[in-house]
Design a protein. Structure first.
Ligand code: AMP
Ligand code: TRP
Length: 332
């Protein structure tokens, strides 16, 4: 059976981008057709300035929202990264295979490091090595496919390079995985700034739709989305990024093709109304199920406990094999 692994960082409240770009597919498709592992990658949340209590809270919330979005612990393995030591064990070994130059070429590192330095802050070393930990997350499980949004393509490419290099140098140990991206909404853009990604952010941005936003808040954000000069609703990512983003969100929510959908709307106003209602409807069941699950934290904890046990068993043999292959003496 195909093995699928993906992860989500508890660095902020989950967004419509996370949902349409990743989570929804995990629940609707991946967990049914594959052996799926879905991970709250909390160690990755420590690579930037963070508040410990908030990371804990967001980790719990992410687990609850993943279950609310339809992940079924009978079908897949849902767990927290820091509960399974194999990730950091393997990460160190892979650091001995990766190069400094390779890390510094990562687009996300360059952007985040520049932002941090612009604020006069310092860059954590873990921000530089983060893609190696991500490679360890993936490679520890013999993963075939990594369903992610577009922004993670470069990291999965690096993971492949490290797997191939390790296998060549030290003997066949890792499966070489590949990224899979959704057909539409692989990159949902910020509604106020349609040339940048809708990312989790500390401030409650008016251009970011959060999964737990009240329906009226969702409507307001969509109706206030920045559109482009011009009147006609046409799908043109380069020239009309604002409208294109709305059409892609609509297509992702309702099915269909963004280009074809554009013909059905006479004005930007009409398009925005349709998008607002489509998003509210897509999020409704998630919000409702989330509310139910919040009243049963013991259930969520139980899911995470069993998930971590299962994940540990799956990862340990391969990580042990990597330790042996690279020259570490087995414990006596
Ligand atoms: P992160 O929020 O960076 O932990 O991302 C978790 C998953 O959501 C990854 O697969 C990302 O590629 C995906 N994702 C995050 N933001 C977006 C977005 N704006 N559009 C599409 N996918 C996204
Ligand atoms: N780096 C990913 C992100 O920012 C999160 C992540 C960590 C991940 N480990 C992973 C995604 C393993 C897929 C597989 O979105």
């Amino acid at each position: 059976m195909t093995r699928v692994f993906s992860g989500i960082k508890p660095t902020g409240h989950l967004t419509l981008g996370n949902y349409l770009g990743a989570m929804r597919r995990w629940a609707a498709v991946d967990q049914h057709r594959a052996d799926g592992l879905f991970c709250i990658v909390d160690l990755h949340a420590l690579t930037v300035d963070h508040d410990p209590a908030r990371v804990r809270r967001l980790s719990r919330q992410a687990a609850t929202l993943l279950l609310a979005s339809g992940l079924d612990p009978e079908l897949c393995t849902l767990f927290v990264q820091s509960h399974v030591d194999e990730h950091t064990r393997l990460s160190y070994v892979l650091e001995c295979v990766a190069t400094d130059g390779e890390m510094r070429r990562m687009i996300q590192y360059k952007e985040k490091a520049a932002r941090e330095q612009g604020r006069g802050g310092s860059v954590r070393l873990s921000l530089l090595t983060y893609p190696v930990l991500m490679a360890a997350d993936i490679l520890a499980y013999g993963t075939d496919e990594v369903p992610v949004g577009d922004d993670q393509a470069q990291h999965v490419e690096l993971t492949r390079d490290l797997a191939v290099r390790f296998n060549q140098r030290y003997g066949q140990t890792f499966v070489v995985p590949r990224a899979t991206h959704p057909g539409v909404a692989a990159r949902v853009m910020n509604l106020q700034e349609p040339t940048s990604k809708m990312g989790k952010s500390d401030d409650a941005g008016p251009g970011i739709v959060y999964l737990l936003d009240e329906p009226d808040v969702v409507r307001k954000k969509v109706l206030r989305a920045v559109t482009d000069s011009g009147r006609e609703v046409v799908y043109d990512r380069e020239e009309r990024p604002g409208v294109a983003n709305l059409l892609e969100i609509l297509a992702a929510c309702e099915g269909g093709d963004p280009g074809e959908l554009s013909g059905a709307y006479a004005s930007y106003g009409a398009l925005k109304k349709a998008v607002a209602e489509a998003v509210v409807e897509v999020l409704r069941p998630v919000r409702e199920r989330h509310r139910e699950l919040c009243s049963d934290p013991a259930y969520v904890e139980g899911v995470l406990r069993k998930g971590a046990e299962r994940a540990r068993e799956m990862a340990r043999p391969r990580v042990d094999a990597a330790f042996r292959a690279i020259g570490l003496l087995p414990p006596v």
